[in-house]
Design a protein around this ligand. Structure first.
Ligand code: SF4
Ligand code: MG
Length: 331
């Protein structure tokens, strides 16, 4: 499989009152063509900041990419001009956010917002774009698209807006779709329909997906690979099978115990992880999870472990329990 996105040693910070918040600290991962990758972790772990960095939608200032590169189909998005990014956004990378109102324009009809990209990026004329827009509205399950075409976002229910946003995101067949908690605000039935829709589209068009979610059921259902983030870093990666069946990082184990799962018998009690995430104004010198980890050793306090291979299928974990050099560093 070809790699379409490669994030290398990404560091993103925010200037804040007390100094610099190091929201993303040395993140590496890649997404292959047609692959669906989940990014999971507590809020504040750097998931959304990573996604916004790829789209170059970080509020800047106060935020800035300090170091690293984001290679998308051979281009480094960190260095791309704003004009280049405008051409990439919506055309080659589509995005779906939790709140459709942040990406829909309340003063333009839904039809206009879908056809705009088709005319601008795909070179369609107005009537071709209208035909394609109606087809997309139908595809995302919006009933009576002809009538809906001329309506405004406020005429749509929450679920319908979310579908409209997906129609816009998909209008140009993006190579990569980034969805940041796309269904959190919706009721369960609509959530399931929207996830199914994304899955269908991935299978039909070979779209790569980065899905940021709190819902492990959704991860189990539609993702191939899982990236676990904590304190602005990637702490574990693996196939969904390996992450669910044999998580290796103490944080991943805690996270799995703390989140509702559809793949476990009902009534399994959820166990929250004690303690709070690290202060990213002054990140810990050693392992970021040290203060909350029941396995913490002396080495963990003073030395930050690297991600190392822990399994056969490319699983990696950032933990001294698995690090081949733990004993030497400890000594
Ligand atoms: Fe726990 Fe140490 Fe592993 Fe960090 S490196 S997760 S503190 S055992
Ligand atoms: Mg978020």
């Amino acid at each position: 499989m070809d790699t379409i996105l490669r994030v290398n040693d990404l560091h993103v910070s925010f200037r804040a009152r007390g100094g610099e918040v190091q929201a993303v600290r040395g993140v590496n991962f890649e997404v292959k063509k047609g692959e669906a990758v989940a990014i999971v972790g507590e809020s504040g772990s750097g998931k959304s900041v990573t996604a916004q960095s790829i789209m170059r939608l970080l509020p800047s200032p106060p935020s800035f990419v300090k170091q690293g590169s984001i290679e998308f189909m051979g281009r480094n998005l960190v260095d791309a001009t704003e004009a280049e990014m405008e051409a990439i956004r919506g055309k080659e990378i589509g995005m779906i956010f939790q709140d459709p109102m942040t990406s829909l324009n309340p003063t333009m009809t839904i039809g206009h917002q879908i056809t705009e990209g088709l005319i601008k990026h795909q070179g369609m004329n107005r009537s071709e774009a209208r035909e394609r827009a109606l087809e997309l509205l139908r595809l995302v399950g919006i009933p009576n698209p002809e009538a809906r075409f001329g309506q405004y976002p406020h005429n749509f229910s929450g679920g319908m807006r979310q579908r409209a946003m997906i129609a816009i995101a998909l209008s140009c067949n993006p190579a990569l779709l980034i969805a940041d908690e796309p269904t959190t605000a919706l009721d369960v039935t609509i959530q399931a329909q929207i996830m199914q829709l994304m899955k269908d589209l991935q299978q039909k068009f070979g779209t790569s997906i980065i899905l940021i979610t709190h819902d492990l059921g959704v991860v189990a259902d539609m993702c191939d690979k899982v990236i676990v983030m904590y304190g602005g870093q990637v702490v574990e990666t693996g196939t969904k099978w390996d992450i669910f069946a044999k998580p290796q990082h103490p944080y991943t184990r805690g996270l799995l115990r703390s989140m509702p799962r559809l793949d476990l018998p009902k009534g399994e009690p959820l166990v929250p992880i004690d303690g709070t995430p690290p202060d990213l104004l002054a990140p810990p010198v050693g392992c970021a999870f040290c203060a909350r980890c029941e396995h913490a050793m002396e080495v963990c306090l003073n030395h930050d472990p690297e991600l190392v291979p822990v399994g056969e299928n490319g699983q990696t974990a950032k933990c001294w329990l698995h690090h081949p050099l733990a004993k030497e560093v400890q000594a």
